[in-house]
Design a protein around this ligand. Sequence first.
Ligand code: ADP
Ligand code: TRP
Length: 326
Amino acid sequence: MTTHTTKKRALSGIQPTGAPHIGNYFGAMKQFVDMQNQFDMHVFVAEYHAMTTVQDPAVLRSNIENLILDYLAIGLDPEKVTLYRQSDVPELTELTWMFNCLVTVPWLERAHAFKDKSDKGIEPSVGLFDYPVLMAADILLPNSQVVPVGKDQVQHVEMAREVARKFNNTYGDTFIEPDEYVIESVAVVPGTDGQKMSKSYGNTIPLFGTDADIKKAIMGIVTDSKTPEESKDPETCNVFALHKLITSEPQLSEIRQGYEKGGLGYGESKKILLDNYLSFIAPMREKRIYYEENPGIVRQILDEGAQKIQKIAHAKIKEVREKVGL
Ligand code: ADP
Ligand code: TRP
C-alpha cells in the first residue's frame, strides 16, 4: 500500500483518569474515528499524564484497560489506526527531559491547566507542571502534523509548536510544527448543569454508563421552569444543545418547533433525548462487549500498535541524540 505515505500524520491521546463522557466523545474521540480514513492516524492512552492525578495502581490499570475498550468500541479500526499505550514508548520521557532543558519555568507557568490547579490552592507536582512538555514529546517524537483535540487543549498544542521551534533553532531542523484540529460546532459540549461537561465538575453523561446512570444524568439536566405550553428558546436550552449532537433530522427540526411554538415540555424533550442516545450507543456497546470477551485480540492489537510506534520512535530518538551531542 503506497497511499499510506501520502497521508498527513495525525495524533491524539486521552488520559485514563476515569470513564469517558459524551463531552470527551463529541469533543475529541469521535474526531479520531472520523479522521482515520484521511489521515495516518495515531491514537494512544496518555497514562504517564494520568499519573499526575491517579496514584492508585489498581485504579490506573483498570482505567487503562477500559479506555482501550472504549477506543475500540467507538469504531477506531486497528487496520487504519496505530493504537498504543504511552508507556510502550519510554523514549517519550527521554525527549521530555531534553525539552525540559530548553524551556523555561516562566514559560511553563503560563499553561492554564497548571494555573487553574494552583489557583485552586492545589500544590502542583513537578509532573503536573511539566505536563505540557510531555505532551509536546508525545506530539513531536512521531512527527505529527495534525492534532485533533477539544478547545481546552489548544494551548498545549501551541506550546508543542513553540517547543519544536525552540529545538529547531537550537539544534537545527528536526521537528515538524504541528497544527491543532478543533471542530468548532462541538468545541465545548455543555454538561447537565450548563457548564462545560467535565469529570471534575460532576456534570457528565457517561458515554458507556448503564441505562440507569444515563437516564439519571439526562433527566437531571438543568432547565428553566417554563411550562410545556410556553414558547422556549432552543438555543439557550442545555437539553437542546445535546439534541443537536445526537438527534437527527427531521426529528431535530420538529423538536426545535416544539420549543419555539410551545407544546413540547422539557421532560418530554429529555425522554426523546434519552431514547435517541440509547439507540445511538447500542452498536458501540455491542462492540465493547465483543472486545471485552476477547482479550487476546485486544492484546494483539496493542502489540502491533507498539511495534509500529516503536519503529518511528527509535529512528527519531536516534536522530535527536545525535543532534544534541549525545
Ligand atoms: P475532563 O475535563 O472531563 O477531565 P479531559 O480533560 O480528560 O476531560 O479531556 C479529554 C479530551 O476531551 C480533550 O481533548 C478535551 O478537550 C475533550 N473534552 C473534554 N470535555 C469536553 C467538553 N465538555 N466538550 C468538548 N470536548 C471536551
Ligand atoms: N492533555 C490531553 C488531555 O488532557 C491528553 C494528551 C496527552 C494529548 N498527550 C497528548 C492529546 C498529545 C493530544 C496529543 O486531553
